[in-house]
Write a protein that binds this ligand. Structure first.
Ligand SMILES: Nc1ncnc2c1ncn2[C@@H]1O[C@H](COP(=O)(O)OP(=O)(O)O)[C@@H](O)[C@H]1O
Ligand SMILES: N[C@@H](CC(=O)OP(=O)(O)O)C(=O)O
Length: 614
């Protein structure tokens, strides 16, 4: 264990000044045989329950485990209104210069922009205008290492350009967005931290990060261009601030925690890669796991609070991994630490048999296979990022989904061994003492081992492309031509159904209209195309292979509910039967399938029966 005098400041990056550690803080277990436990907390959980996480969750595990905490950027009420979305908004605002603005934008030639050089006394590129901390320049350590080189490059451009500071009426629109992010974090800090010293230190860190963010966005505005890597750097501020907040809350609750930024870890890996640069393959993830673990172990017996943002990965984090990347980060860390378990804490009790917001009778699934969990995440139930499973499961580390609001609940375990018998399942689910309620639950687990599908899910905002061949090429040429075209446009097909002369493809409706129009035009070279918008993919997931009659039951119940089926697909995956229906029928269809294929009828207090499918 390290002494206070040689450990770093818990809220700052490693190159920050020495620590101010309050005495008697509760630390991670010092039992050398104890295994690591990685606990990942989502944005809304960090936003709403930081004190509860520190007091009722992390504190309860550190006596018996070495706990590593991974956090997402905070969201006050919903992910849509959360910090990551605000950061993305600020990025677009920095690129969009209002026509009436008198704010100078060297390099941008937005029509109508008046370039004046008022306030030319302002020269510092990292001057922090408008922030409540005054005109403090952010320190080098306040800038995310992942974006350092581009930040410095842009800073130089700003110096050369002698940009005046934005006065209030003229300030760029992203200032208001950064101010909202700043004030939300400060408000949260003040309402959850009681120690004056911890609060002051945190407030200063938040101010510095917001200063650095403003400077970075200004530089983007100046060069009028944002690479995917710069965009990654901007969103990385969200996890930085959330983790600093969480570290401070943990310390305020008596847990000795240390802030760990992972964005300096990835470039080290960059350096020893080949001349083409690393690709985001398994070898890269394996190196990342080792690097993450090494950094985390430097915290000694302090609880590491790790940024779920992990810096400039090959091809950009947002593009290659997408939103929800902190689940993957936690998984890679769990692999590096050879953790006994990866816990993903959310605001739902686990993975349900259907989205509990849409199906009121949905129930928690006690144990699910990685294949089923992946299938659910790909087809609309985004409880865990789909790439997460592969990383941990190949190292035989189970994932447990738990509810921050119900820490004693058993949650859902995604288990590497998908063919467990009931007694093994009980063992996995019960590391803790058993209450009557849990026994009831386990009774259900035993019954759940009878043949029953696992869950039903819906993916909305789908467009279907039907192509009828013009018979100018043989079948394989027809398919090759269509797929070549889709590949050029970077369009991913979610579901497909084919005959020799006809192909139907369901794709996510997330492409710009003009791109879709061009795609359709190109596909028309191969046949007649019809486009159906506003569709949804309905998927029944489970070990369906030997469940005789399951497809019949699924489609009969849809027919009885007058739900029209546009397209059917089964076979590609042994754990999924999917069909495309009208989006407006989505909730009705979910409930119909849940009722007919997944409902367990209650028979007395303990007994629950079928409909089993043998
Ligand atoms: N099968 C499912 N099981 C559980 N949640 C589901 C399912 N399908 C969709 N969901 C939705 O996924 C969301 C995930 O939970 P939440 O804790 O809000 O996410 P986050 O941790 O990303 O903030 C919930 O709002 C829930 O309604
Ligand atoms: N904050 C990021 C990363 C993330 O993983 O979020 P969450 O864990 O709240 O889904 C996002 O919104 O995409």
């Amino acid at each position: 264990m390290r002494s206070d005098s040689d450990s770093p400041d818990p809220l700052s990056s490693p190159d920050s000044p020495p620590p101010k550690t309050p005495p008697n803080l509760h630390q991670n277990t010092i039992d050398p045989d104890a295994r690591w436990l990685v606990q990942k907390f989502g944005g809304t959980s960090v936003g709403k329950f930081s004190v509860k996480i520190a007091r009722d969750i992390v504190s309860n595990y550190i006596d018996n485990h070495k706990v590593a905490v991974v956090c997402s950027a905070r969201s006050g009420s919903s992910k849509a209104l959360g910090t990551t979305n605000l950061l993305l908004k600020a990025s677009s605002q920095a690129l969009r210069v209002p026509a009436t603005s008198t704010y100078p934008t060297p390099g941008c030639t937005t029509p109508g922009t008046t370039r004046t050089s008022r306030n030319n006394d302002w020269t510092s590129p990292l001057h922090s205008p408008g922030g409540s901390s005054g005109s403090r320049s952010p320190s080098r350590s306040a800038l995310p290492n992942g974006g350092l080189s581009s930040t410095l490059m842009m800073s130089s451009i700003m110096t050369m350009s002698s940009i005046p500071p934005p006065c209030e009426k003229d300030e760029p629109p992203f200032f208001a967005t950064v101010e909202l992010i700043r004030s939300e974090h400060i408000t949260e800090a003040r309402s959850s931290i009681t120690s004056f010293t911890i609060l002051k230190e945190l407030e200063e860190e938040i101010e510095q990060d917001c200063d650095a963010l403003r400077s970075f966005l200004m530089a983007i505005q100046v060069i009028c261009e944002m690479s995917p890597r710069s965009k990654d750097t901007v969103i990385g501020f969200g996890e930085r601030m959330a983790c600093k907040l969480m570290t401070a809350v943990l310390r305020d609750q008596g847990v000795d925690a240390e802030y760990v930024s992972l964005d300096s870890v990835v470039p080290d890996i960059d350096e020893d890669s080949d001349s083409h640069g690393p690709t985001l393959d398994q070898q890269f993830y394996d190196k990342l796991a080792v690097a993450f673990a090494e950094r985390v172990k430097q915290c000694g017996s302090r609880v590491p609070v790790v940024t779920g943002f992990f810096g400039p990965v090959p091809g950009s984090l947002l593009r290659q991994i997408g939103r929800g990347y902190t689940d993957l980060c936690a998984a890679v860390l769990a692999v590096g630490l050879e953790a006994s378990e990866l816990q993903i804490w959310k605001e739902v009790d686990g993975i349900f048999t259907a989205d509990p917001r849409k199906v009121l009778t949905a129930r928690v699934i006690p144990v699910i296979s990685p294949e089923e969990a992946a299938e659910l995440t790909y087809y609309g139930s985004e409880v865990v990022h789909p790439f997460t499973m592969e990383q941990v499961i190949r190292r035989k580390i189970p994932i447990r989904i738990k509810n921050v609001e119900n820490p004693s609940g058993l949650g859902t375990v995604i288990h590497p061994n998908s063919d467990l018998d009931p007694s093994e399942t009980r063992e996995i689910l019960l590391p803790e003492p058993v209450s009557l309620e849990k026994l009831d639950y386990l009774q259900m687990v035993d019954q759940g081992h009878k043949k029953l599908p696992t869950a039903v899910t819906i993916k909305e905002r789908i467009v279907v492309l039907n192509v009828h061949s013009n018979r100018k090429s043989v079948s394989h040429g027809f398919l090759a031509g269509i797929f070549g075209t889709l590949d050029r446009y970077g369009v991913v097909v979610d579901l497909i159904s084919t005959s020799e002369v006809h192909i139907s493809m369901a794709i996510e409706d997330n492409h710009e209209k003009k791109i879709m129009d061009r795609l359709v035009k190109d596909v028309e070279k191969y046949g007649t195309v019809t486009v159906l918008r506003g569709m949804a993919i309905l998927s029944l997931v489970g070990k369906l292979k030997n469940m005789v009659g399951i497809a019949g039951r699924m489609f009969t119940s849809l027919a009885n509910g007058n739900v029209n089926i546009e397209m059917i697909s089964q076979g590609a995956s042994e754990v999924n039967i999917s069909c495309v229906i009208q989006g407006r029928d989505a909730v009705k269809a979910l409930n119909l399938i849940h009722q007919s294929c997944l409902q367990i009828e209650v028979e007395g207090r303990r007994g629950r029966v079928g409909p089993w499918l043998f």
